[in-house]
Design a protein around this ligand. Structure first.
Ligand code: ROI
Length: 173
């Protein structure tokens, strides 16, 4: 069993509902236990500015799957939620599920790099992660506290707690 941190993001088709449904799908993965979920955050798009704002969150999952098995499972969830891989780099997306950390594993393969190669500089990853794992350190020894100190809380807005936890019948996204 590994502790895995997963970044969730969406900026199309009712993003908050996308994240809520994705969390339910993560909790239903075979043998996996969804341990914690951050608040949802509204974030300025990184990449082309002519796209909607994103909703981002981070989840902690205890998971018996191998890294590539988990990647397959996450990509299947993305597909089920209507994700279409478009030619445009850094364009809008219905649902993005990124493996941020997989226990202490460091992996650099064609399909998967862990820790996620951009996580150390992205406010929309680091601040939600800090909510659920403030004392975390990366496998290379860098602490989350140090990464946060170098990454301003900019372009981020924490959304009301009521929308952050599934099931969430009152939240329309
Ligand atoms: N920008 C924000 N704010 N949040 C994301 O999740 C996100 N995901 C992406 C790109 C297009 C890089 N921009 C993003 O993949």
């Amino acid at each position: 069993m590994q502790r895995v941190y997963i970044g969730l993001g969406s900026n199309l088709a009712q993003p908050q509902q996308q994240l809520t449904a994705a969390l339910q799908a993560l909790a239903a993965l075979p043998g996996c236990q969804l341990q914690q979920v951050s608040s949802f955050y509204l974030s300025d798009p990184l990449g082309p500015a002519d796209q909607p704002h994103y909703v981002n969150a981070v989840a902690a999952l205890d998971c018996p799957l191998q890294p590539l098995e988990l990647l397959d499972a996450l990509q299947a969830i993305e597909q089920q939620h209507g994700r279409v891989r478009k030619a445009e780099r850094w364009g809008p997306r219905t649902l993005d599920l990124d493996i941020l950390l997989f226990g202490e594993l460091q992996l650099d393969e064609e399909r998967l790099t862990v820790p996620h190669y951009h996580m150390h500089a992205r406010a929309f990853v680091l601040y939600p992660l800090a909510e659920i794992a403030a004392d975390l350190a990366l496998p290379d020894g860098r602490t989350l506290a140090d990464l946060l100190a170098a990454c301003p809380f900019e372009g981020l807005e924490r959304l009301a707690d009521a929308c952050a936890q599934p099931p969430d019948p009152g939240c329309t996204g």
